[in-house]
Design a binder for this molecule. Structure first.
Ligand SMILES: Cc1cc2nc3c(=O)[nH]c(=O)nc-3n(C[C@H](O)[C@H](O)[C@H](O)COP(=O)(O)O)c2cc1C
Length: 176
């Protein structure tokens, strides 16, 4: 798949084939791509925690507050993205330019993870509805948890949905 095909096929998966395990080699490919993602001043101010087995189940519970994200319990792998400190130049740049580069960097690494997962035939859902404290306790993390990504194989009846997006003219301007 080229990138355009990946973009067209990736969709949030909320219907996993619970009993189908995710191969370790595929997780390794995802991590290889994730580590190559760009960040402000090459700071990579995040930590990636891959949760499998019982740990994945515990993290799945921690994204289900108020009854949301129930589907996550069926995902065999949960990837947690948490904050780490900036390097000096990124910290200086963020302060001077009043720009939250760390959140941007985490968004980019998340995009790399979900795109590589798609390339590997896996399905993902980015989860921002999460219990930061619970997940930090489960994973032994100090930095704030910003995103969790559920990873697994989509159930057979989980079909590709039509994309719902804003009209191109609403979000794109080309100036010369
Ligand atoms: C930062 C972020 C947080 C999200 N949080 C959740 C979530 O907690 N639960 C969920 O089901 N989907 C969540 N999503 C998925 C979005 O709802 C989804 O990407 C969007 O509706 C577009 O649909 P698609 O991914 O199928 O193309 C999140 C996506 C992003 C980027």
């Amino acid at each position: 798949m080229n990138f355009n095909e990946i973009a067209k096929h990736r969709q949030s998966c909320r219907n996993y084939a619970e009993k189908v395990a995710v191969e370790d080699e595929k997780i390794e490919k995802i991590l290889e791509s994730a580590i190559l993602s760009p960040s402000a001043c090459n700071s990579q101010p995040y930590h990636i925690t891959v949760c499998k087995g019982e740990c994945a189940k515990k993290v799945a519970k921690a994204v289900q507050g108020m009854g949301f994200n129930k589907f996550a319990s069926a995902a065999p792998v949960m990837i947690v993205l948490s904050e780490m400190p900036y390097n000096k130049s990124a910290a200086t740049g963020a302060a001077l330019k009043k720009n939250d580069y760390r959140s941007i960097d985490i968004g980019i690494v998340c995009a790399y993870i979900t795109a590589e997962a798609e390339a590997q035939g896996l399905s993902t859902c980015i989860l921002g509805w999460l219990n930061d404290k619970e997940i930090r306790d489960i994973c032994g993390l100090e930095g704030a948890v910003r995103l969790v990504i559920s990873v697994g194989y989509a159930a057979e009846d989980d079909k590709l949905r039509p994309k719902v997006r804003k009209d191109r003219n609403e979000i794109v301007t080309v100036l010369e």
